[in-house]
Design a protein around this ligand. Structure first.
Ligand SMILES: [Zn+2]
Length: 193
């Protein structure tokens, strides 16, 4: 049976978020979509539009989550969690989020797209003075650094242009010294203005 048919059966031919019966299509729940029914939800065009274009979100449409939040299907729970999180400034969605129970795996999946994270929650890279570093910045080394795996010392005062930040590690950045891309600890650099 195709995914669509399986989903039609699971959902009783209704949008799994708002119960609409028209313009239903399979929606792949990312990340880690494996092409299985377990990673898919059947949703209507209205829901899809709003999920894909957060600027068009109609807050009241999502009152439907009041019902769909009780779905036993993890992929549906993930979508409900993400939308409620997107609407967390609304009192009612905050209330629903508090009632919504997701097991640990489902919650990690729901959070995997970074929905609901504010800039403050994200990994911050700070230089030796505590100044915020951004990709593309130029930094200066504040001490001589022995570069592991390469046969040179990056000298204090060397400017490293166009750095990139190591996404999941606030203490590391990458940049080119002597033509080689190396990892540098943020505590050993100073941002140049
Ligand atoms: Zn819908």
């Amino acid at each position: 049976m195709s995914i669509e048919n399986t989903l039609l059966e699971r959902s009783e031919s209704k949008c799994e978020l708002c119960s609409a019966v028209e313009n239903l299509a399979v929606y792949e729940v990312q990340p880690g979509y494996t092409g299985s029914v377990d990673d898919s939800v059947l949703i209507c065009e209205t829901c899809r539009n709003q999920i894909e274009n957060p600027d068009n979100i109609e807050v009241n449409h999502w009152r439907c989550l009041n019902d769909s939040m009780w779905s036993q299907v993890p992929a549906v729970q993930v979508m409900v969690w993400r939308i409620l999180t997107r609407l967390k400034n609304e009192g009612w969605s905050q209330d629903l989020l508090e009632m919504l129970y997701l097991d640990d795996n489902t919650l990690s999946w729901a959070q995997a797209t970074g929905e609901g994270e504010t800039a403050e929650d994200k990994v911050k890279h700070l230089d030796s003075n505590g100044a915020l570093l951004e990709a593309g910045d130029t930094v200066t080394l504040i001490k001589d650094l022995n570069v592991k795996g390469a046969n040179f010392t990056a000298k204090r005062g060397t400017a490293v242009r166009g750095i990139s930040l190591v996404a999941d590690n606030a203490e590391q950045l990458e940049g080119k010294v002597n033509g080689q891309q190396i990892v540098i600890l943020t505590k050993f650099v100073k941002r140049s203005n």
